[in-house]
Design a protein. Structure first.
Length: 276
């Protein structure tokens, strides 16, 4: 039987990366899924549904390409993480999340799993646009994210009254590494200011944001080359955690769950058997 996660002595922050993206399973998933003009699931690891996000098919496909959601495995594993957090009796009082669909779906599934076991909680996702990832200064425009109100109307547990500290319109497509680090610091500082005494916050975001809390607690930014290497090695649903040991003093602690490991299962056509 797993030991319970230690009770927090002060405020606590847990940062989690999103689950498996559907475009990582098949980069051509949008063209294949919408080739008849409506969404058709051609692979069991494709999402069960992918509703139109715009008035016409072309714009809807562009929205899904620029802001993909989770694969079936991504949904399932995120829910399992939530169940494990619940079993370990990990305290979660607030959930902050990037506006990216893959992060919103991850947070929603974690909450679903967390609340599937007896808990007197009613968690809502607070969408913080400042938690969106860095575009590496490539100049690509940010995606058109789904509005929180529309997500809530679709059944996602969203706090529609939460006001984002940083607006996506303020994030430049040409944002430099230094500017991204400043944004990372500012958003973490703002989140911590919203936390109650001895409360715990779960932050669902992207691999590039995993150094953000280190910046907030006073550590220097990493060399860009080393930072990029670390980002590329960050697995799905990976966690880091920090605890406030005394007012204004934070330190890293062991996260409640280690890496979620699973084997790759690639494509194989039955036609290959004819060649054996």
């Amino acid at each position: 039987m797993s030991a319970l996660y230690p009770e927090a002595k002060g405020r606590r922050v847990i940062i989690m990366r999103h689950g498996e993206r559907v475009d990582e399973v098949d980069p051509q998933w949008v063209e294949k899924s919408f080739k008849t003009g409506k969404y058709e699931r051609y692979n069991l690891n494709m999402p069960l549904t992918a509703p139109f996000r715009a008035e016409n098919l072309t714009d809807s496909k562009l929205d899904w390409c620029s802001d993909p959601g989770l694969s079936t495995i991504g949904h399932w594993t995120a829910s399992l993480m939530g169940m494990k957090l619940s079993k370990l009796k990990v305290q979660i009082d607030q959930v902050f999340c990037s506006p990216a669909m893959r992060c919103v779906q991850t947070a929603s599934r974690v909450i679903e799993g967390y609340e599937s076991l007896p808990h007197a909680v009613n968690l809502k996702i607070q969408i913080e646009q400042g938690l969106y990832e860095w575009g590496y200064g490539r100049g690509y425009p940010l995606p058109r994210f789904v509005e929180p109100k529309l997500l809530a109307e679709g059944g996602t547990p969203i706090d529609i009254y939460y006001k984002s500290v940083i607006n996506s319109s303020d994030i430049s497509p040409e944002e430099t590494y230094a500017e991204f680090n400043r944004r990372s610091f500012n958003v973490m500082e703002a989140i911590v200011k919203q936390m109650f005494r001895k409360s715990s916050a779960l932050i669902v975001t992207h691999a590039p944001l995993f150094d953000a809390f280190n910046l907030f607690i006073g550590r220097s930014p990493k060399n860009l080359e080393d930072w990029c290497g670390r980002v590329q090695r960050t697995p799905h649903l990976f966690m880091v955690a920090y605890e406030e040991t005394r007012k204004g003093k934070w330190c890293p602690i062991k996260p409640p769950i280690g890496t979620f490991c699973h084997a790759e299962n690639g494509k194989f056509s039955y036609k290959m058997l004819k060649k054996l």
